[in-house]
Ligand binder design. Structure first.
Ligand SMILES: Cc1cc2nc3c(=O)[nH]c(=O)nc-3n(C[C@H](O)[C@H](O)[C@H](O)COP(=O)(O)O)c2cc1C
Length: 397
């Protein structure tokens, strides 16, 4: 065991909340707030987690389950358990090894990683870090030509699924980022940066590794024709100018021959539109409570989508997964798999690849134990009969 692995081993780290605390201790406040925060009053951020607590299990006891089959197969990918690592923009800020470390940990755990457009490392280098399935998440930042070039690169590098994020019509109002001076710190202007520098200097360990890594890198997967890679500071404005619409899926289907997931579906209307444009699946997501505040927790939104989709395409979900039991609940409610965002990003921030691996190990052990305690021998055996849903939930009956 190396030092990083020891730092996140039991009993120091027993659950995801322990990784959360360690991330807070290692990261400067502005970086931690970027990772941890949500939009406006953060009510959706909180509800995403709370919704899982509102569901209770209905176990079948006195059943011997010596072996559990946690594997699943989705969109051509074999997964050791039904949790995929979600796109988390600019993870290189959380740890110098960033997305490369995440891909490597996903590969070793036998699961998939969906790389964000806003990656600090070239998509080819991230792909090379894992023999496992890699998916690519698309924003249209930089315009159609830049997106087409990235998709071509992703296809040749061996990415198998495209997730198109549709809930970022403009950037959510993340109040923590305003208070901690994220924009000023990224501006490169010493006068603007000055008031916020103490928060960075308080984390010399992180600062040393950030400086050794060369500071803020431009974004190698958003290459503007005739200009070069986009700067991180320009992403916010570019996002607001490059809204994905349902019409865009016409050319996206031509540019990407493989399966497409629509990420950010919360209503039956958008589920139906996803089917209409030929998507292979939807990701029921509210961007981890970072975009429109006061939308429904994703677990609560799930039954409406399950009903609308009626088995025609795949349903994945994300938001609020902090325990393996949460994954079990999402599957009982009709998701085929989940994506996990902050849970692994806390691990990355705490201890690089070792921290991501630890997060996956925790979730996976929880998942398997919960199946055994429910008396259910496999992922495919999970259904609604294993949970009690609050009566006032939409589509609860
Ligand atoms: C710091 C951070 C950055 C994110 N960046 C992206 C991104 O670049 N693209 C995207 O589609 N979703 C992004 N997301 C949303 C995640 O993919 C996912 O939907 C969300 O984190 C799930 O909620 P959870 O963090 O509670 O697991 C980001 C989330 C976080 C926390």
């Amino acid at each position: 065991m190396n030092r990083q692995e020891r730092s996140v081993a039991s009993p120091h780290v027993v659950n995801i909340e322990d990784l959360h605390r360690r991330a807070r201790r290692r990261l400067p406040k502005p970086v931690f707030d970027y990772l941890d925060g949500g939009a406006e009053s953060e009510s959706t951020l909180r509800e995403n987690c709370r919704a899982f607590e509102s569901l209770t299990f209905r176990p079948r006891n006195a059943i011997n389950v010596p072996q559990c089959d946690t594997r699943t197969h989705i969109l051509g990918a074999d997964l050791s358990f039904p949790a995929i690592l979600a796109p988390v923009g600019y993870s290189r800020l959380m740890h110098a090894k960033g997305e490369v470390a995440v891909a490597s940990a996903a590969g070793k755990a036998g699961t998939a990683f969906c790389l964000s457009t806003i990656s600090g490392y070239p998509l080819e280098q991230v792909r090379a870090a894992t023999p496992g399935p890699m998916w690519y998440q698309l924003y249209l930042v930089g315009g159609r030509a830049a997106a087409e070039a990235a998709l071509e690169r992703a296809r040749s590098a061996g990415y198998s699924v495209l997730a198109v994020t549709v809930d970022t019509g403009t950037a959510g109002m993340r109040e923590r980022d305003v208070r901690s001076g994220t924009a000023q710190l990224m501006s490169g202007n010493p006068l603007k940066m000055l008031p916020f520098l103490p928060s960075i200097l308080l984390r010399p360990g992180w600062l040393g590794s950030f400086l050794r890594d060369g500071g803020l890198h431009p974004l190698p997967n958003i290459v503007l024709p005739g200009i070069g890679p986009m700067k991180l500071i320009d992403v916010g404005a570019a996002l607001a100018e490059s809204v994905v619409t349902w019409q865009d899926f016409k050319w996206l289907r031509e540019a990407w021959p493989g399966p497409i997931l629509v990420k950010g579906v919360l209503t039956s209307e958008d589920a139906q539109r996803s089917i209409d444009i030929g998507a292979a699946g939807v990701i029921v997501s509210n961007h981890g409570g970072r975009q429109l505040d006061s939308v429904s927790a994703t677990l609560r939104a799930l039954p409406e989508i399950v009903r609308a989709v009626n088995g025609q395409i795949e349903i994945l979900m994300d938001g609020g997964i902090r325990r393996g039991g949460d994954i079990v609940k999402a599957l009982c409610m009709g998701a085929r798999a989940v994506l996990v965002g902050r849970a692994y990003a806390y691990g990355l921030s705490a201890a690089g690849e070792a921290g991501v691996s630890r997060a996956i190990t925790i979730l996976r052990a929880d998942f398997e134990r919960t199946l055994k305690l429910l008396g259910c021998a496999s992922v495919s055996g999970l259904d609604r009969s294993y949970v009690d849903v609050p009566r006032d939930w939409p589509g609860a009956s």
